[in-house]
Ligand binder design. Structure first.
Ligand code: NAD
Length: 251
């Protein structure tokens, strides 16, 4: 029996990196997952690992009409939705903050903050009506509380997610809806180069381990494991937590 048997999840940004890993593992633990991304090829690749339990839905987290279609799709396909993973994210490439364009600033907040706002608004009503509770997991960042030079507005967008996670947990706790975030350390996903400003190579990964007590950068599975735990009934009394998955970086 899987740890998420019988559950239904939406995972955004599931065509790559953490979202692809979360979707595949949720399915391996018995959940049905609507794999959501603007990137069709990536989303379809994720689904190909387990087409019985994974289903691709193309959508843009910044568009409220897309969220309505996403909820219609998950309810039509799977009949319910227990878990929402707001994982889609974007960043401009690490650079002096005064060089960040207005367009880059807006895209950062549109994807990373407005996407979570729209996602929660679209998902929460059906969860309250079902009266069986539910789980929201937001993928924030260690940068929410430990900002880095050159990523000021990306980190500020994750700070907003960090704060909203606690507010949402407070507001929806009486409905047995748990809201937590995961705060990953830099990891070799599609966003590695944007965060570090260098190519994703084994040598370059080593450059970012100096201030990590456990001596390595993140792995996709570190975040995936934390998401399975938080989504499962093992975490049934855990809400409003921003869980750092960072080998001690934020100490
Ligand atoms: N990789 C890291 O080092 C790291 C560290 C901390 C936090 N994060 C966060 O983890 C999350 C996942 O990122 P990742 O590292 O797996 O990067 P990634 O680039 O591999 O994956 C991000 C996915 O989000 C999708 N996406 C982007 N904009 C979208 C939109 N408007 N609508 C729908 N989908 C959209 C992309 O197509 C992509 O598939 C992000 O929120 C990111 O900020 C990453």
């Amino acid at each position: 029996m899987g740890r998420l048997e019988g559950k239904v999840a939406i995972v955004t940004g599931a065509g790559s990196g953490f979202g692809a890993g979360i979707s595949r593992r949720f399915a391996a633990e018995g959940a049905k997952v609507l794999v959501c991304d603007i990137n069709q090829a990536g989303g379809e690749a994720t689904v190909s690992s387990n087409p019985d339990l994974l289903s691709f839905h193309k959508m843009d987290v910044t568009k409220s009409a897309d969220w309505k279609a996403t909820m219609d799709a998950v309810l039509q396909k799977f009949g319910r939705c227990d878990i929402l993973v707001n994982n889609a994210g974007w960043s401009y490439t690490n650079k002096p903050t005064t060089d960040v364009t207005e367009e880059e600033f807006e895209r950062t907040f549109d994807v990373n903050v407005k996407g979570v706002y729209l996602g929660c608004n679209a998902w929460v009503q059906q969860a309250m009506e079902r009266k069986e509770g539910g789980v929201i997991i937001n993928i924030a960042s260690v940068g929410a509380t430990r900002p880095r030079a050159g990523l000021v507005w990306y980190n500020a967008s994750k700070g907003a997610v960090w704060n909203a996670t606690k507010g949402l947990a407070l507001e929806y706790g009486p409905h047995q809806i748990r809201v937590n975030s995961i705060c990953p350390l830099v990891t070799g996903t599609g966003l590695f180069s944007a965060f570090t400003g260098v190519e994703d190579t084994p040598e370059n990964r080593q450059k970012f381990v100096g201030n990590v007590p456990m001596g390595r950068i993140g792995e996709v599975d570190d975040v995936v494991n934390a998401c399975v735990f938080i989504a499962s009934s093992e975490a049934s009394f855990i809400t409003g937590v921003n869980l750092e998955v960072d080998g001690g970086r934020c100490i």
